[in-house]
Ligand binder design. Sequence first.
Ligand SMILES: Nc1ncnc2c1ncn2[C@@H]1O[C@H](COP(=O)(O)OP(=O)(O)OP(=O)(O)O)[C@@H](O)[C@H]1O
Ligand SMILES: [Mg+2]
Length: 271
Amino acid sequence: MFLCDLGISETKGEDSEMKMLVSMGRGGVGKTTFVALATKYFIEKDAYPLLLVDVDPDQSLADMLGIDIEKEGKKTISDLLIETFIKSGGTTVGIPPSERIESKIWEKGLYEGEYFDFLTVGPKWLEGCYCLPDAALKKALEVMTKNYRYVLIDSPAGLEHLNRRITTKVDDLFDLIDPSRKSFKHIERAYRIVKEVKISFNNFYIVGGFRFPEELGEEIKEKTDLKFLGKIAYDSNVEEYTLAGKSLLDLPESSPAYQSVKEILKKAGYT
Ligand SMILES: Nc1ncnc2c1ncn2[C@@H]1O[C@H](COP(=O)(O)OP(=O)(O)OP(=O)(O)O)[C@@H](O)[C@H]1O
Ligand SMILES: [Mg+2]
């Protein structure tokens, strides 16, 4: 408990220019696609350097970007944590835990691509709070992410692991929502979860998923005081590319899904 309570230095430095964007939402709503298309946008804008962090145990972000992390010989952060703190027994002379995991991540975990770097958190390897590795990882990532202009995080449905492992402070949260009439309930819940897991953020944006009916957008604007940025357009190419394992970075400029993500990001201030 001690380390969990005290060992985490949570915030980015005042001088850091880095911005952290996180997707959230229910299963299958299009979170990973959103992050992949946002990546395409930042690449197009020459907004480097770019770090992508895949927190989803399914690791579908890499697939959508056409990279095979395992083939590239890169290890997941989960593997590296086990290697560093569990297998090695957790004691190494002199070097603080966060520096040990940081150097491991640089060396063995970070995929360095032409346009972006990529980290995979890996499967949920341990339940509960593993204070030392979790605190060490947070601290290491805090240092590492400062090297980037934008850090994009693709998360699975919950955000608990994000808070525990990765960060407690993000700039923009993009909550993708379903078409159902339960959308409003979902928004309330999502907002509450973010508060409950104690993630601080500058903006909590609502984004309509590709199945979201346009007209509900107006209601969201009226009924909540959260910022609704528009909806992601349905695009059969997205489905086809995903099924065929083709990189979404190669979608044509005219792709409706890409164009709408572009507009959404512009509305969020990424011009
Ligand atoms: N704009 C779109 N147009 C058409 N199909 C889409 C669009 N966005 C996503 N899809 C399809 O919907 C499916 C789910 O998308 P995606 O994996 O991005 O969702 P997710 O929210 O990340 O899912 P999970 O909760 O499993 O991580 C994929 O098959 C994808 O191809
Ligand atoms: Mg996903």
